[in-house]
Design a protein around this ligand. Sequence first.
Ligand code: FEO
Length: 394
Amino acid sequence: MKVHLKNNVYWLGKIDWELKTFHGDDYSINNGSSQNAYLIQEEKTVLVDTVWSPHKNEFMENLAKEIDLDELDAIIVQHGEVDHSGSLVELMKRRPDLPIYCTANGVKSLVGQFHHPEWNYNVVKTGDTFDVGNGKALVFVEMPMLHWPDSMASYLTEDNILFSNDAFGQHFAVGELFNDKADQCTLFEEAIKYYANILTPFAPIAKRKLQEVIGMNLTIDMIAPSHGVIWRDNPVQIIEKYVEWSDSYQEDQITIVYDTMWDGTKKLAHRLAQDIAKLSPDTVVKIYNISHTDKNDIMTEVFKSRAIAVGSPTMGNDILSSVAGWLYFLKELKMKNKKAAVFGCYGWSGESNKILREKLTEAGFEVVEPEVRVNWNPLPENLEEMNSIAQALV
Ligand code: FEO
């Protein structure tokens, strides 16, 4: 199935309704996803990206229904990650001479993954163009570390379509493909989850690249990313969101994240939520038990927050492994400009607060001084102590 975008440009991808995880099992998919490839049929016939290898046969069948594969003039590989390049081997079996346009790092990733150094690679840099005929050209923009060193975007002149690859994408399946057809609440939830969990570590680079792209004064009628909806209704709105998200983003939200053994630390977490709500009624307060909640969904809430509080009981002179694993992921994301507080119960040695403090500092959080460390099960006066944390965070 191909879907018309504009003039002679079509979507030819895979809507992946069944997908549950991504990057192995590292990213949870709650609302399906898509791998978007595009077909440009001007004087030249050009493919922009492909789809993941489990769908390669379906992709090749669909492509062969639309065009004679011998007429394909080039493929643009904007990014070597296999969700977009996974059908390339199949395509190259049919067209071993097909010119591949990609960045220098793109060649490295394709050769490294598919072991075909003999393919017809054509290295492009920012500003290079590919003439598709009828007065139109693809202009390439390198997007290193957004989110791989090999990433790039391509802008189709005259039609004013920005093929942005992973940037501006979402893991979200929408049958009608376009942003104006999607449930808006879910769309922006999925877009911010995608940004928070995949692009946050590269926020300073994203910020610079966004300024560069904005400075090019391109007319953008449509943004066609490689996952999720195609932005045709006010496409600039997602660029504006990225500008906000890449600038130490925070809302008036405080998120409490904890795990518990015998509910002592849980009692502290819930008391903290009550105290914050009393002190600052407008602040959104959310509480998550790490073991019962998807880690990517918690991380989206942390991304939105101006402060967090993390609780763990002491277990084996350390923190619970569930909390430790989550903190490791938190550090990877390099979030900026957020406060944190620590709390937890213990029976014997009681190291958890000290370790939480160290891990949060390493993750780039400003850890406030007040903390609550309770021996055994919290008494009413221990619960009262949570107010000191609430005040420091509010
Ligand atoms: Fe970085 Fe959608 O792959």
